[in-house]
Write a protein that binds this ligand. Structure first.
Ligand SMILES: NC(=O)c1ccc[n+]([C@@H]2O[C@H](COP(=O)([O-])OP(=O)(O)OC[C@H]3O[C@@H](n4cnc5c(N)ncnc54)[C@H](O)[C@@H]3O)[C@@H](O)[C@H]2O)c1
Length: 326
């Protein structure tokens, strides 16, 4: 094995997005090290890589500076995905969300700086747009955060900016917009809507849409997110670093439309799914009515070109869930 293969550290690599990044970067010939405490991630997500010579797992916690130092040693790129996701989780337990998402993030920045990491790429969030009503969302115009989770993700951006300016650590923040696809956990109180709805439909249980179903999101297939991370790692454009990017498709879909697509695509496997009734519940706190990204900045500076629109992504995703969970 050649010694000049670059090592990518993926924090949260046992989670949904992190395990997809692990798979992609190993296939691209990088060494991949994962740091994860398995709080929301799963061993089964990284099981296929455990015997790969280019893969290394560190079971540890970003709240522990020693674990961060161990994980960043000898690393060229950090893809920082570890965090506690979910707006409702942050509303019921803001302290733990802050410990992981802010203190853990700062520990990772300090460790990356001290280890001489070349570039620190991190999972930011569309929740940073907060109460801004502007559509589409453009990176420079944000509103006030609507949840503890959104505060933590905004603080990440502020810290990353200061570490770039003060210590010369290259940083890129990727503001993910409602990501979905293979490997996203359908279980648990804080599961995301798409995997939750898919599993309920597969089981002929009625999914519950919060609100009237007219709220809309820029649902983003995992392959587009992986592409943005790869572009962030490989870009040689000096104007493209030390900034943040919307990571999305640039289309919006209402929850009612989403449910229609899910029924249509799952109905191809089992036509009884077309008859499953949909229920409606109250709106959730901390939710914004509409979200839609401008992806012009990513196109211009990173040459980003989303490979999957929502329907293409949903077709692949429902096929994956059908094969795994039916
Ligand atoms: N999925 C989305 O739609 C979305 C949208 C915006 C931002 N994000 C961000 O993307 C990142 C990845 O999200 P995901 O959807 O893959 O979630 P996930 O829960 O599947 O993955 C998070 C991973 O981080 C690990 N982790 C959590 N706390 C940790 C700690 N203290 N130390 C070490 N590891 C820890 C978990 O065990 C898990 O493997 C997160 O930062 C999340 O906030 C996700």
């Amino acid at each position: 094995m050649s010694n000049n293969i670059q090592t990518v550290l993926i924090t949260g690599g046992a989670g949904f997005i992190g395990s997809n990044l692990t798979d992609y970067f190993l296939n691209k010939g990088y060494k991949v090290r994962v740091l994860d405490n398995f709080s929301t991630g799963h061993m089964h997500n990284i099981e296929p890589y455990l015997k790969n010579d280019n893969f290394e797992l560190i079971k540890g916690d970003i709240r522990n500076p020693e674990d961060c130092n161990k994980a960043t040693n000898g690393v060229t790129y950090v893809l920082h995905e570890a965090a506690l996701g979910s707006v409702p989780r942050s509303i019921s337990d803001p302290v733990t969300t802050n410990d992981v998402n802010v203190s853990g993030f700062l520990n990772m920045l300090v460790a990356s700086r001290d280890a001489g990491v070349k570039r620190f790429i991190y999972a930011a969030s569309s929740s940073t747009y907060g109460d801004s009503k502007e559509l589409p969302k453009v990176e420079d115009n944000i509103g006030k955060p609507l949840s503890p989770y959104a505060i933590t993700k905004y603080v990440n951006e502020l810290y990353a900016d200061i570490f770039s300016k003060t210590y010369g650590l290259e940083t890129i923040g990727l503001r993910y917009f409602n990501v979905f696809g293979r490997g996203q956990d359908p279980k648990g109180a804080y599961a995301a809507v798409i995997p939750k709805f898919v599993i309920q439909l597969i089981n002929h249980e009625s999914p519950v849409i919060n609100g009237g179903g007219d709220y809309s999101r820029d649902f983003t297939y995992i392959d587009n997110v992986v592409q943005m991370n790869y572009l962030a790692v490989t870009t040689t454009n000096i104007d493209a670093v030390n900034t943040v990017y919307n990571t999305a498709v640039g289309d919006r879909t209402t929850l009612n439309e989403l449910m229609g697509y899910l029924k249509e695509f799952l109905g191809e496997f089992d036509d009884a799914i077309l008859q499953v009734p949909i229920k409606y519940g109250p709106n959730r706190g901390g939710d914004i009515p509409h979200s839609l990204a401008s992806i012009d900045k990513a196109k211009r500076l990173l040459n980003y070109q989303p490979s999957h629109k929502i329907k293409e992504g949903l077709k692949e995703a429902v096929t994956w869930y059908w094969q795994k969970f039916k």
